[in-house]
Design a protein around this ligand. Structure first.
Ligand code: NZQ
Ligand code: ZN
Length: 396
């Protein structure tokens, strides 16, 4: 077991009607002016935004708003938010939405708390020394940004999608009412479930002598999400299924499922980020599209670990070798993805990726040859190209 630190300072307010407490929660932060940050319209259509405004008004909190965050959030809106917050002396950001809105809020927060260009942090040029405090009202179970230390932003100049992580950006509080996720389109629900599973799977695939406890939590978390994702495909208003998935989403990315490990592999995420940047695919769907290709490519580096996953998570009967069991587990996971309408290759997302685009994806993912990724097996630019190529999918 590796040494570890576990830091999860976000206060969670979970359950039906909890968004009504938002005004009081913000007020308790002692801020003077709040930016309410939201996405492209779902919170307006559902009436949630009006309820949040009413709650802030009732608590006597002064606020301004900035909507328009898109999935795979853009740097240009982050710049706009930074300028607006400076002009209005904003000292707290309330993100009402999903991972994209929360990540955009975190980036604005970095921009206010630090001098210079905020993109420098995402570009790996320097470290942040602070972030404006953030609060969250969560509307989709997926990215886990409500309890994670990360944010992921797309720079339209080159369509580069890059992440930045620091504890400064961890939310002060996260309001989580599973009912708010009932308006999600089926595809977004499924994509979110894949992302949640993947945050634990990325950590699970490592070379450590793992903690039995961490492995057990991880395996159960993934199985729980699979079970309830299936229920939600036919019963989108099943409160308990929504609640199980929502709580799993936060626990899957607040580092709990990485305690005692070396941190995990994360290659699928790095490979997907470039797909999101170039083709604007839903993050979880992009993960499902590359995972099988990645798993088959690296399997030989850790067959026992993949076999354990196959047996304990996918319910596969052990075969004559770890490799055989592992391959059966990968096939079972792909069958699950298909069963909830998720892709298992890039073509399944309607993208006919060209040879030139495959090279460009590998270029960008390797930071133009400047980095390798992955711990199960360390991958360079050529490996990335092969994995993208194998993930392209058969002829249409
Ligand atoms: O913009 P609106 O109109 O709100 O619509 C959104 C968006 O189109 C919609 N939606 C959200 N809640 C809804 C709803 N529609 C109906 N009813 C609701 N209750 O869903 C769409 C997707 O929203 P988005 O915020 O993009 O989803 P998600 O939470 O999956 O976030 C994805 C982003 O997070 C990043 C991803 O790369 C991607 O950019 N990630 C962030 C991480 C982090 N900060 O820790 C980790 C993840 O691995 C991930 O990379
Ligand atoms: Zn993710």
């Amino acid at each position: 077991m590796e040494n570890f630190q576990y830091y999860t300072p976000t206060k969670v307010i979970f359950g039906k009607g909890t968004e009504e407490q938002t005004g009081e929660l913000v007020k308790a932060e002692g801020c003077k002016k709040v930016l309410v940050h939201y996405g492209s319209g779902s919170v307006k259509r559902s009436g949630l935004l009006d309820r949040i405004y009413r709650s802030l008004d009732a608590a006597g909190v002064d606020y301004i708003s900035l909507g328009g965050v898109v999935p795979n959030p853009h740097l240009s809106l982050v710049y706009e938010g930074i300028e607006l917050c400076r002009k209005e002396n904003v000292d707290f950001i309330l993100a009402v939405g999903g991972g994209s809105v929360i990540d955009s809020a975190k980036a604005i927060g970095y921009g206010i708390a630090n001098e210079g260009d905020v993109w420098d942090f995402y570009d790996g040029k320097r470290e942040a020394e602070g972030c404006l405090p953030i609060g969250v009202v969560l509307t989709i179970s997926a990215a886990g940004s409500e309890m994670s230390d990360s944010s992921v932003i797309t720079n339209e100049n080159g369509w580069l999608k890059r992440g930045y992580s620091s504890d400064y950006s961890r939310a002060r509080f996260a309001v989580m009412n599973p009912e708010l996720t009932m308006t999600l389109p089926k595809y977004q629900t499924a994509s979110g479930c894949v992302d949640i599973m993947m945050h634990t799977m990325e950590r699970y695939f490592n070379h450590c002598d793992n903690m039995e406890l961490t492995d057990g939590i991880s395996e159960h978390l993934i199985r729980t999400v699979m079970k309830h994702a299936k229920i939600l495909m036919t019963e989108p208003e099943d409160y308990n299924a929504r609640a199980e998935v929502m709580w799993a989403g936060s626990l899957s990315h607040n580092d709990l499922t990485g305690c005692g490990t070396d941190g995990g592999d994360w290659s699928s995420h790095q490979l997907e980020h470039e797909l999101g940047g170039m083709f604007d695919v839903a993050h979880g769907a992009g993960l499902a599209a590359v995972w099988g290709s990645w798993a088959r490519y690296v399997l030989d580096a850790a067959p026992a670990r993949f076999a354990k996953f196959a047996v304990n998570v996918m319910g596969v009967q052990p075969g004559s070798s770890d490799t055989e069991t592992a391959l059966e587990g990968i096939r079972a996971m792909e069958a699950f993805y298909r069963s909830i309408g998720m892709p298992v290759c890039i073509r399944d997302m309607g993208i006919d990726v060209t040879e030139e685009q495959l090279r460009e994806l590998a270029e960008k993912c390797s930071h133009f040859g400047g980095r390798t990724i992955g711990c199960i097996r360390n991958l360079d630019r050529d490996d990335m190209y092969q994995i993208y190529r194998n993930a392209r999918g058969g002829e249409a």
